[in-house]
Design a protein around this ligand. Structure first.
Ligand code: FAD
Length: 495
Protein backbone atom coordinates (compact mmCIF):
# COMPACT_ATOMS: atom_id res chain seq x y z
CA UNK A 1 0.00 0.00 0.00
CA UNK A 2 1.37 3.45 -0.86
CA UNK A 3 2.17 5.61 2.14
CA UNK A 4 1.54 9.35 2.23
CA UNK A 5 4.76 11.30 2.06
CA UNK A 6 5.47 14.96 2.77
CA UNK A 7 8.71 16.90 2.79
CA UNK A 8 7.99 18.35 6.22
CA UNK A 9 5.62 16.98 8.84
CA UNK A 10 4.59 19.38 11.58
CA UNK A 11 3.22 17.93 14.83
CA UNK A 12 0.70 20.21 16.55
CA UNK A 13 -1.61 23.01 15.38
CA UNK A 14 -1.13 25.40 18.30
CA UNK A 15 0.47 28.82 18.18
CA UNK A 16 3.83 27.24 17.20
CA UNK A 17 2.57 24.70 14.64
CA UNK A 18 0.51 27.26 12.74
CA UNK A 19 3.43 29.69 12.83
CA UNK A 20 5.82 26.98 11.61
CA UNK A 21 3.53 26.16 8.67
CA UNK A 22 3.31 29.84 7.65
CA UNK A 23 7.10 30.23 7.79
CA UNK A 24 7.44 27.12 5.66
CA UNK A 25 4.92 28.39 3.12
CA UNK A 26 6.61 31.76 2.88
CA UNK A 27 10.26 30.66 2.94
CA UNK A 28 10.17 27.20 1.32
CA UNK A 29 7.12 27.41 -0.96
CA UNK A 30 8.17 24.29 -2.91
CA UNK A 31 8.08 22.00 0.13
CA UNK A 32 5.05 19.84 0.72
CA UNK A 33 3.84 19.65 4.28
CA UNK A 34 1.08 18.46 6.57
CA UNK A 35 0.19 19.31 10.16
CA UNK A 36 -0.94 16.44 12.39
CA UNK A 37 -3.02 17.60 15.34
CA UNK A 38 -4.23 15.29 18.11
CA UNK A 39 -7.26 17.41 18.96
CA UNK A 40 -10.17 18.54 16.80
CA UNK A 41 -9.26 22.24 16.87
CA UNK A 42 -6.56 24.79 16.12
CA UNK A 43 -5.00 26.79 18.97
CA UNK A 44 -3.50 24.27 21.44
CA UNK A 45 -3.24 25.92 24.87
CA UNK A 46 -5.53 28.75 23.78
CA UNK A 47 -8.28 26.35 22.82
CA UNK A 48 -7.84 23.86 25.68
CA UNK A 49 -7.94 26.19 28.67
CA UNK A 50 -11.41 27.61 29.35
CA UNK A 51 -11.26 28.78 32.96
CA UNK A 52 -12.70 32.19 33.92
CA UNK A 53 -10.44 35.08 32.94
CA UNK A 54 -8.02 32.91 30.85
CA UNK A 55 -5.54 35.35 29.31
CA UNK A 56 -1.91 35.74 28.32
CA UNK A 57 0.57 37.03 30.82
CA UNK A 58 2.92 38.15 28.07
CA UNK A 59 2.15 41.14 25.89
CA UNK A 60 0.70 40.17 22.53
CA UNK A 61 3.23 42.29 20.61
CA UNK A 62 5.79 39.63 21.50
CA UNK A 63 3.42 36.65 21.90
CA UNK A 64 2.06 37.43 18.40
CA UNK A 65 3.85 36.25 15.25
CA UNK A 66 6.61 38.36 13.67
CA UNK A 67 4.70 38.25 10.37
CA UNK A 68 1.19 39.14 11.59
CA UNK A 69 0.69 42.33 13.61
CA UNK A 70 -1.39 42.13 16.77
CA UNK A 71 -3.99 44.85 16.19
CA UNK A 72 -6.46 44.39 19.06
CA UNK A 73 -6.57 47.10 21.71
CA UNK A 74 -5.34 45.04 24.65
CA UNK A 75 -1.68 44.07 24.95
CA UNK A 76 -2.51 41.40 27.55
CA UNK A 77 -5.23 39.50 25.75
CA UNK A 78 -7.97 37.05 26.69
CA UNK A 79 -7.87 33.43 25.56
CA UNK A 80 -10.67 33.84 22.98
CA UNK A 81 -8.83 36.67 21.20
CA UNK A 82 -5.62 34.64 21.06
CA UNK A 83 -7.48 31.60 19.73
CA UNK A 84 -9.12 33.79 17.06
CA UNK A 85 -5.74 35.24 16.12
CA UNK A 86 -4.22 31.76 15.61
CA UNK A 87 -7.29 30.60 13.64
CA UNK A 88 -7.26 33.76 11.48
CA UNK A 89 -3.57 33.20 10.74
CA UNK A 90 -4.20 29.60 9.68
CA UNK A 91 -7.02 30.70 7.35
CA UNK A 92 -5.22 33.75 5.94
CA UNK A 93 -2.17 31.69 4.90
CA UNK A 94 -4.12 28.61 3.79
CA UNK A 95 -2.49 26.45 6.48
CA UNK A 96 -5.87 25.18 7.69
CA UNK A 97 -6.21 23.07 4.53
CA UNK A 98 -3.08 21.11 5.47
CA UNK A 99 -4.14 20.15 9.00
CA UNK A 100 -5.25 16.61 9.76
CA UNK A 101 -7.21 16.76 12.98
CA UNK A 102 -7.60 13.92 15.50
CA UNK A 103 -4.18 12.53 14.49
CA UNK A 104 -2.10 11.91 17.59
CA UNK A 105 1.48 11.08 16.70
CA UNK A 106 2.65 8.21 18.88
CA UNK A 107 5.97 7.20 17.34
CA UNK A 108 8.48 8.34 14.74
CA UNK A 109 11.23 6.12 13.35
CA UNK A 110 14.21 7.52 11.48
CA UNK A 111 16.03 5.49 8.84
CA UNK A 112 19.39 6.85 7.72
CA UNK A 113 19.44 4.69 4.57
CA UNK A 114 16.38 6.33 3.06
CA UNK A 115 16.82 9.60 5.03
CA UNK A 116 13.18 9.44 6.08
CA UNK A 117 11.00 9.42 9.11
CA UNK A 118 8.17 6.91 9.33
CA UNK A 119 5.54 8.48 11.53
CA UNK A 120 2.80 6.53 13.29
CA UNK A 121 -0.35 8.34 14.36
CA UNK A 122 -3.53 7.19 16.04
CA UNK A 123 -6.83 8.67 14.86
CA UNK A 124 -9.07 9.49 17.80
CA UNK A 125 -12.14 9.91 15.57
CA UNK A 126 -11.95 6.60 13.67
CA UNK A 127 -9.66 4.57 16.00
CA UNK A 128 -7.44 3.87 12.95
CA UNK A 129 -3.64 3.78 13.03
CA UNK A 130 -2.11 5.88 10.27
CA UNK A 131 1.42 5.82 8.84
CA UNK A 132 3.09 8.67 6.98
CA UNK A 133 6.65 9.35 5.92
CA UNK A 134 8.51 12.66 5.81
CA UNK A 135 11.98 14.01 5.20
CA UNK A 136 11.93 16.41 8.12
CA UNK A 137 9.97 16.13 11.36
CA UNK A 138 9.10 19.40 13.04
CA UNK A 139 7.47 19.04 16.47
CA UNK A 140 5.38 21.95 17.74
CA UNK A 141 3.64 19.93 20.40
CA UNK A 142 3.94 22.20 23.42
CA UNK A 143 5.42 21.03 26.70
CA UNK A 144 2.73 19.46 28.85
CA UNK A 145 0.18 16.64 29.06
CA UNK A 146 -3.14 17.59 27.53
CA UNK A 147 -5.24 14.86 29.13
CA UNK A 148 -4.35 15.56 32.76
CA UNK A 149 -3.27 18.58 34.78
CA UNK A 150 -1.11 18.17 37.86
CA UNK A 151 -2.82 17.68 41.22
CA UNK A 152 -0.71 16.97 44.30
CA UNK A 153 -1.88 14.65 47.09
CA UNK A 154 -4.72 16.47 48.82
CA UNK A 155 -5.18 15.10 52.36
CA UNK A 156 -8.75 14.17 53.20
CA UNK A 157 -10.09 15.21 49.79
CA UNK A 158 -12.43 12.21 49.67
CA UNK A 159 -14.44 13.78 52.51
CA UNK A 160 -15.07 17.05 50.66
CA UNK A 161 -18.65 17.39 49.40
CA UNK A 162 -18.25 20.62 47.39
CA UNK A 163 -17.07 20.96 43.78
CA UNK A 164 -13.39 20.24 43.09
CA UNK A 165 -12.10 21.43 39.70
CA UNK A 166 -8.78 21.65 37.88
CA UNK A 167 -8.32 24.68 35.59
CA UNK A 168 -7.20 22.43 32.73
CA UNK A 169 -10.58 20.67 32.73
CA UNK A 170 -13.01 23.48 33.50
CA UNK A 171 -16.60 22.19 33.62
CA UNK A 172 -18.81 24.21 31.27
CA UNK A 173 -21.70 23.94 33.75
CA UNK A 174 -19.87 25.41 36.75
CA UNK A 175 -21.61 28.57 37.99
CA UNK A 176 -19.65 30.16 40.82
CA UNK A 177 -22.04 33.09 41.30
CA UNK A 178 -22.52 33.75 45.01
CA UNK A 179 -20.27 30.81 45.95
CA UNK A 180 -17.34 30.71 48.37
CA UNK A 181 -14.30 29.73 46.32
CA UNK A 182 -10.82 28.60 47.34
CA UNK A 183 -8.13 28.61 44.64
CA UNK A 184 -5.13 26.48 45.63
CA UNK A 185 -1.96 27.77 43.98
CA UNK A 186 0.12 30.87 43.45
CA UNK A 187 1.15 30.70 39.79
CA UNK A 188 -0.06 32.47 36.66
CA UNK A 189 -3.33 30.51 36.60
CA UNK A 190 -4.19 31.22 40.25
CA UNK A 191 -3.53 34.95 39.94
CA UNK A 192 -5.71 35.03 36.82
CA UNK A 193 -8.57 33.06 38.34
CA UNK A 194 -8.83 34.91 41.63
CA UNK A 195 -9.82 38.40 40.36
CA UNK A 196 -11.91 36.89 37.52
CA UNK A 197 -13.96 34.67 39.86
CA UNK A 198 -14.17 37.38 42.54
CA UNK A 199 -16.44 39.40 40.21
CA UNK A 200 -19.36 36.97 40.75
CA UNK A 201 -18.34 34.81 43.72
CA UNK A 202 -19.34 35.59 47.31
CA UNK A 203 -15.64 35.49 48.15
CA UNK A 204 -12.43 34.01 46.72
CA UNK A 205 -9.42 32.88 48.74
CA UNK A 206 -6.10 32.22 47.08
CA UNK A 207 -4.45 29.57 49.23
CA UNK A 208 -0.72 29.36 48.64
CA UNK A 209 2.01 27.40 50.36
CA UNK A 210 4.54 30.11 49.55
CA UNK A 211 4.34 33.41 47.64
CA UNK A 212 5.22 34.24 44.03
CA UNK A 213 6.43 37.53 42.56
CA UNK A 214 3.41 39.36 41.19
CA UNK A 215 3.83 42.43 39.02
CA UNK A 216 1.11 44.74 37.74
CA UNK A 217 1.36 45.90 34.12
CA UNK A 218 -1.05 48.05 32.09
CA UNK A 219 -3.32 45.89 29.93
CA UNK A 220 -2.96 48.49 27.14
CA UNK A 221 0.37 49.61 25.75
CA UNK A 222 0.52 53.44 25.54
CA UNK A 223 3.19 53.37 22.80
CA UNK A 224 1.11 50.92 20.74
CA UNK A 225 -1.98 53.11 21.17
CA UNK A 226 -0.06 56.22 20.09
CA UNK A 227 1.61 54.57 17.08
CA UNK A 228 -1.61 52.91 15.95
CA UNK A 229 -3.12 56.35 15.38
CA UNK A 230 -0.20 57.52 13.25
CA UNK A 231 1.25 54.50 11.44
CA UNK A 232 -0.02 51.47 9.53
CA UNK A 233 -0.08 48.30 11.70
CA UNK A 234 2.82 46.73 9.77
CA UNK A 235 5.06 49.68 10.66
CA UNK A 236 3.91 50.16 14.26
CA UNK A 237 4.04 46.48 15.27
CA UNK A 238 7.81 45.86 15.04
CA UNK A 239 8.53 49.06 16.97
CA UNK A 240 6.33 48.02 19.90
CA UNK A 241 7.60 44.44 19.65
CA UNK A 242 11.24 45.52 19.92
CA UNK A 243 10.45 47.99 22.71
CA UNK A 244 8.90 45.14 24.71
CA UNK A 245 11.71 42.71 23.84
CA UNK A 246 14.35 45.17 25.07
CA UNK A 247 12.39 46.02 28.23
CA UNK A 248 12.05 42.28 28.94
CA UNK A 249 15.78 41.66 28.42
CA UNK A 250 16.67 44.64 30.65
CA UNK A 251 14.29 43.43 33.37
CA UNK A 252 15.75 39.91 33.25
CA UNK A 253 19.38 41.08 33.24
CA UNK A 254 18.75 43.44 36.16
CA UNK A 255 17.05 40.59 38.07
CA UNK A 256 20.08 38.36 37.52
CA UNK A 257 22.69 41.01 38.35
CA UNK A 258 20.94 42.84 41.19
CA UNK A 259 18.23 40.51 42.53
CA UNK A 260 18.02 42.48 45.78
CA UNK A 261 17.17 45.68 43.93
CA UNK A 262 14.48 43.99 41.83
CA UNK A 263 13.05 42.26 44.90
CA UNK A 264 12.75 45.61 46.66
CA UNK A 265 11.16 47.25 43.61
CA UNK A 266 8.59 44.45 43.24
CA UNK A 267 7.78 44.57 46.95
CA UNK A 268 7.32 48.34 46.87
CA UNK A 269 5.08 48.16 43.79
CA UNK A 270 2.88 45.47 45.40
CA UNK A 271 2.70 47.33 48.71
CA UNK A 272 1.47 50.48 46.93
CA UNK A 273 -1.50 48.58 45.51
CA UNK A 274 -2.51 46.70 48.67
CA UNK A 275 -4.43 47.97 51.70
CA UNK A 276 -2.49 49.95 54.32
CA UNK A 277 -0.91 47.60 56.87
CA UNK A 278 -1.20 44.54 54.59
CA UNK A 279 1.39 41.79 55.31
CA UNK A 280 3.22 42.10 51.97
CA UNK A 281 6.19 40.07 53.19
CA UNK A 282 4.09 37.06 54.11
CA UNK A 283 1.95 36.95 50.97
CA UNK A 284 3.93 38.61 48.16
CA UNK A 285 7.67 38.32 49.01
CA UNK A 286 9.05 34.95 47.85
CA UNK A 287 12.19 33.44 49.30
CA UNK A 288 13.72 32.82 45.86
CA UNK A 289 15.19 35.44 43.51
CA UNK A 290 13.11 37.01 40.72
CA UNK A 291 13.18 34.81 37.59
CA UNK A 292 14.22 31.65 39.45
CA UNK A 293 10.56 31.05 38.66
CA UNK A 294 8.44 32.97 36.14
CA UNK A 295 7.12 36.32 37.36
CA UNK A 296 3.33 36.52 37.44
CA UNK A 297 1.83 39.46 35.61
CA UNK A 298 -1.53 40.90 36.64
CA UNK A 299 -3.09 43.39 34.21
CA UNK A 300 -3.91 46.77 35.73
CA UNK A 301 -3.25 45.27 39.19
CA UNK A 302 -6.53 43.31 39.10
CA UNK A 303 -5.43 40.80 41.78
CA UNK A 304 -4.34 43.56 44.16
CA UNK A 305 -7.61 45.44 43.51
CA UNK A 306 -9.65 42.31 44.33
CA UNK A 307 -7.76 41.91 47.61
CA UNK A 308 -8.14 45.61 48.42
CA UNK A 309 -11.88 45.47 47.79
CA UNK A 310 -12.27 42.56 50.23
CA UNK A 311 -13.77 40.29 47.53
CA UNK A 312 -10.60 38.19 47.55
CA UNK A 313 -7.94 37.28 50.09
CA UNK A 314 -4.54 35.63 50.01
CA UNK A 315 -3.77 33.02 52.66
CA UNK A 316 -0.24 31.64 52.98
CA UNK A 317 -0.42 28.35 54.85
CA UNK A 318 -0.45 24.60 54.25
CA UNK A 319 -3.42 22.26 54.09
CA UNK A 320 -3.88 20.08 57.14
CA UNK A 321 -6.90 18.34 55.65
CA UNK A 322 -9.96 18.80 53.51
CA UNK A 323 -13.15 18.73 55.57
CA UNK A 324 -16.70 18.05 54.43
CA UNK A 325 -17.27 21.73 53.68
CA UNK A 326 -13.84 23.15 52.95
CA UNK A 327 -10.28 23.02 54.24
CA UNK A 328 -8.53 23.10 57.58
CA UNK A 329 -5.05 24.66 57.52
CA UNK A 330 -1.92 23.85 59.51
CA UNK A 331 -2.50 27.05 61.52
CA UNK A 332 -5.92 25.68 62.55
CA UNK A 333 -7.78 28.20 60.37
CA UNK A 334 -10.86 26.80 58.56
CA UNK A 335 -11.65 27.88 55.00
CA UNK A 336 -15.25 27.10 54.06
CA UNK A 337 -15.59 26.44 50.31
CA UNK A 338 -18.41 25.57 47.92
CA UNK A 339 -15.85 25.30 45.11
CA UNK A 340 -12.15 24.41 45.36
CA UNK A 341 -9.96 25.03 42.31
CA UNK A 342 -6.63 23.17 42.18
CA UNK A 343 -4.51 25.65 40.22
CA UNK A 344 -1.57 23.38 40.98
CA UNK A 345 -0.06 23.23 37.54
CA UNK A 346 0.81 21.10 34.57
CA UNK A 347 2.48 17.78 33.95
CA UNK A 348 5.45 18.41 31.69
CA UNK A 349 5.54 16.04 28.71
CA UNK A 350 7.79 16.21 25.66
CA UNK A 351 6.18 15.78 22.22
CA UNK A 352 2.82 14.85 23.68
CA UNK A 353 4.30 11.49 24.68
CA UNK A 354 5.49 10.55 21.17
CA UNK A 355 8.55 8.26 21.16
CA UNK A 356 11.48 8.42 18.73
CA UNK A 357 13.90 5.91 17.30
CA UNK A 358 16.97 6.38 15.11
CA UNK A 359 18.02 3.44 12.94
CA UNK A 360 16.22 1.00 15.21
CA UNK A 361 17.52 2.37 18.53
CA UNK A 362 15.07 4.10 20.87
CA UNK A 363 15.95 7.68 21.74
CA UNK A 364 16.08 8.46 25.46
CA UNK A 365 15.58 12.22 25.62
CA UNK A 366 17.56 12.44 28.85
CA UNK A 367 20.64 11.22 26.91
CA UNK A 368 20.39 13.93 24.28
CA UNK A 369 21.76 17.46 24.22
CA UNK A 370 19.78 20.26 22.64
CA UNK A 371 21.46 22.02 19.74
CA UNK A 372 20.54 25.74 19.57
CA UNK A 373 17.61 24.82 21.84
CA UNK A 374 15.76 23.32 18.86
CA UNK A 375 17.35 20.04 17.69
CA UNK A 376 18.59 16.96 19.52
CA UNK A 377 22.05 15.41 19.37
CA UNK A 378 22.00 12.17 17.40
CA UNK A 379 18.50 12.76 16.03
CA UNK A 380 18.62 13.65 12.31
CA UNK A 381 16.21 15.93 10.44
CA UNK A 382 14.28 16.76 13.56
CA UNK A 383 13.39 20.08 15.18
CA UNK A 384 11.35 20.99 18.24
CA UNK A 385 9.80 24.23 19.37
CA UNK A 386 10.37 25.22 22.97
CA UNK A 387 9.76 28.86 23.75
CA UNK A 388 11.57 31.12 26.16
CA UNK A 389 11.06 30.82 29.90
CA UNK A 390 11.75 34.52 30.47
CA UNK A 391 9.99 36.02 27.42
CA UNK A 392 7.13 35.27 25.07
CA UNK A 393 7.07 31.76 23.64
CA UNK A 394 6.47 32.93 20.07
CA UNK A 395 9.66 34.97 19.88
CA UNK A 396 11.62 31.71 19.99
CA UNK A 397 9.05 29.75 17.97
CA UNK A 398 9.44 32.25 15.10
CA UNK A 399 13.23 31.90 15.22
CA UNK A 400 13.10 28.10 15.29
CA UNK A 401 10.82 28.04 12.23
CA UNK A 402 13.06 30.53 10.39
CA UNK A 403 16.09 28.35 11.18
CA UNK A 404 14.38 25.16 9.98
CA UNK A 405 13.63 26.88 6.66
CA UNK A 406 17.26 27.98 6.37
CA UNK A 407 18.40 24.40 7.05
CA UNK A 408 16.03 22.96 4.44
CA UNK A 409 17.24 25.43 1.80
CA UNK A 410 20.86 24.68 2.70
CA UNK A 411 20.29 20.92 2.27
CA UNK A 412 18.74 21.50 -1.15
CA UNK A 413 21.45 23.92 -2.24
CA UNK A 414 24.25 21.51 -1.28
CA UNK A 415 22.57 18.35 -2.60
CA UNK A 416 22.50 16.76 0.85
CA UNK A 417 19.59 15.18 2.66
CA UNK A 418 20.55 14.80 6.31
CA UNK A 419 21.39 17.20 9.11
CA UNK A 420 22.42 15.63 12.43
CA UNK A 421 23.30 17.58 15.56
CA UNK A 422 26.25 16.24 17.57
CA UNK A 423 26.69 16.26 21.35
CA UNK A 424 29.43 18.48 22.78
CA UNK A 425 32.57 16.72 23.96
CA UNK A 426 32.01 17.43 27.65
CA UNK A 427 30.23 16.03 30.67
CA UNK A 428 29.44 19.59 31.84
CA UNK A 429 25.72 19.41 31.02
CA UNK A 430 22.74 21.11 32.63
CA UNK A 431 18.96 20.75 32.43
CA UNK A 432 17.44 22.30 29.32
CA UNK A 433 15.00 24.37 31.43
CA UNK A 434 16.61 26.55 34.07
CA UNK A 435 13.48 27.39 36.07
CA UNK A 436 13.07 26.03 39.59
CA UNK A 437 9.27 25.83 39.42
CA UNK A 438 7.65 22.63 40.72
CA UNK A 439 6.40 21.50 37.30
CA UNK A 440 9.92 21.77 35.87
CA UNK A 441 11.65 20.05 38.78
CA UNK A 442 9.18 17.14 38.65
CA UNK A 443 10.18 16.25 35.07
CA UNK A 444 13.58 17.74 34.40
CA UNK A 445 15.41 14.38 34.67
CA UNK A 446 13.51 13.06 31.66
CA UNK A 447 14.29 16.04 29.41
CA UNK A 448 17.23 16.79 27.09
CA UNK A 449 20.25 18.63 28.48
CA UNK A 450 22.02 21.79 27.41
CA UNK A 451 25.78 22.27 27.09
CA UNK A 452 28.10 24.85 28.60
CA UNK A 453 28.55 27.01 25.49
CA UNK A 454 27.04 27.85 22.08
CA UNK A 455 25.66 26.13 20.03
CA UNK A 456 24.45 23.89 22.84
CA UNK A 457 23.74 26.63 25.38
CA UNK A 458 20.34 28.25 25.77
CA UNK A 459 20.87 31.90 26.52
CA UNK A 460 17.18 32.78 26.86
CA UNK A 461 18.00 36.01 25.08
CA UNK A 462 16.03 36.96 21.96
CA UNK A 463 18.35 39.63 20.48
CA UNK A 464 21.28 37.21 20.81
CA UNK A 465 19.23 34.40 19.23
CA UNK A 466 18.23 36.66 16.32
CA UNK A 467 21.92 36.94 15.44
CA UNK A 468 22.51 33.22 15.98
CA UNK A 469 19.46 31.82 14.23
CA UNK A 470 18.50 34.34 11.58
CA UNK A 471 22.00 35.37 10.57
CA UNK A 472 24.42 32.87 12.16
CA UNK A 473 26.30 30.09 10.33
CA UNK A 474 24.44 26.87 9.61
CA UNK A 475 27.62 24.83 9.56
CA UNK A 476 29.43 24.64 12.87
CA UNK A 477 31.07 22.12 15.21
CA UNK A 478 27.67 21.03 16.55
CA UNK A 479 26.18 19.66 13.35
CA UNK A 480 26.93 17.27 10.50
CA UNK A 481 25.41 17.39 7.01
CA UNK A 482 25.39 14.22 4.91
CA UNK A 483 23.79 12.32 2.01
CA UNK A 484 21.33 9.45 2.15
CA UNK A 485 22.96 6.10 1.36
CA UNK A 486 20.05 4.12 -0.12
CA UNK A 487 17.52 5.03 -2.83
CA UNK A 488 14.24 6.29 -1.38
CA UNK A 489 11.18 4.04 -1.47
CA UNK A 490 8.23 5.21 -3.56
CA UNK A 491 5.58 7.12 -1.65
CA UNK A 492 2.52 9.16 -2.49
CA UNK A 493 3.24 12.86 -2.09
CA UNK A 494 0.50 14.92 -0.51
CA UNK A 495 0.20 18.69 -0.64
C1 FAD B 1 -2.67 28.66 30.78
C2 FAD B 1 -1.44 29.00 30.03
C3 FAD B 1 -1.11 30.33 29.78
C4 FAD B 1 0.06 30.64 29.09
N1 FAD B 1 0.38 31.94 28.87
C5 FAD B 1 1.51 32.25 28.22
C6 FAD B 1 1.88 33.60 27.96
O1 FAD B 1 1.20 34.53 28.34
N2 FAD B 1 3.02 33.83 27.30
C7 FAD B 1 3.83 32.82 26.87
O2 FAD B 1 4.85 33.10 26.26
N3 FAD B 1 3.49 31.54 27.06
C8 FAD B 1 2.38 31.24 27.74
N4 FAD B 1 2.04 29.92 27.94
C9 FAD B 1 2.85 28.88 27.33
C10 FAD B 1 2.05 28.46 26.06
O3 FAD B 1 1.85 27.12 26.05
C11 FAD B 1 2.69 29.04 24.81
O4 FAD B 1 2.53 30.42 24.81
C12 FAD B 1 2.07 28.56 23.49
O5 FAD B 1 0.68 28.53 23.52
C13 FAD B 1 2.64 27.24 23.13
O6 FAD B 1 2.20 26.98 21.84
P1 FAD B 1 2.55 25.60 21.16
O7 FAD B 1 1.83 25.58 19.87
O8 FAD B 1 4.02 25.43 21.13
O9 FAD B 1 2.01 24.51 22.18
P2 FAD B 1 0.51 24.20 22.58
O10 FAD B 1 -0.29 25.42 22.71
O11 FAD B 1 0.61 23.31 23.77
O12 FAD B 1 -0.04 23.38 21.34
C14 FAD B 1 0.49 22.12 21.04
C15 FAD B 1 -0.45 21.41 20.09
O13 FAD B 1 0.16 20.20 19.71
C16 FAD B 1 -0.78 19.14 19.81
N5 FAD B 1 -0.01 17.91 20.09
C17 FAD B 1 0.78 17.66 21.16
N6 FAD B 1 1.33 16.44 21.05
C18 FAD B 1 0.87 15.91 19.91
C19 FAD B 1 1.09 14.66 19.26
N7 FAD B 1 1.91 13.72 19.76
N8 FAD B 1 0.44 14.44 18.09
C20 FAD B 1 -0.36 15.37 17.53
N9 FAD B 1 -0.61 16.58 18.11
C21 FAD B 1 0.02 16.84 19.28
C22 FAD B 1 -1.69 19.55 20.95
O14 FAD B 1 -2.94 18.90 20.87
C23 FAD B 1 -1.78 21.06 20.74
O15 FAD B 1 -2.83 21.41 19.90
C24 FAD B 1 0.90 29.60 28.63
C25 FAD B 1 0.56 28.26 28.91
C26 FAD B 1 -0.58 27.96 29.61
C27 FAD B 1 -0.91 26.52 29.88
Amino acid sequence: MAIDHVDVLIVGAGLSGIGAAVHLRRNCPDKTYAVLEARGAIGGTWDLFRYPGIRSDSDMYTLGYSFKPWTAAKAIADGDSIRDYVNDTAREYGVDEHIRFHHKVVRAEWDSGTARWTVHAHRADTAEDVVLTCDFLFTCSGYYRYDEGYTPQLPGVERYTGRLVHPQHWPADLDHTGKRVVVIGSGATAVTLVPAMARQAAHVTMLQRSPTYVISLPSRDPLADALRRRLPAKAAYPIVRWKNVLLGVANFQLSRRAPGVVKALLRRAAKGKLPVGYDVDRHFSPRYDPWDQRLCVVPDGDLFAAVKSGRAAVVTDTIDTFTEHGLRLASGEELPADVVVTATGLNLLAFGGMTLSVDGADVDLADTVAYKGMMLSGVPNFAMTIGYTNASWTLKADLVATYVCRLLRHLDATGQQIVTPLAPDTADLEPIIDLKSGYVLRAVDQLPKQGPAAPWRLHQNYPRDVLLMRHGRLTDEGVRFSRATAPTTPATPVA
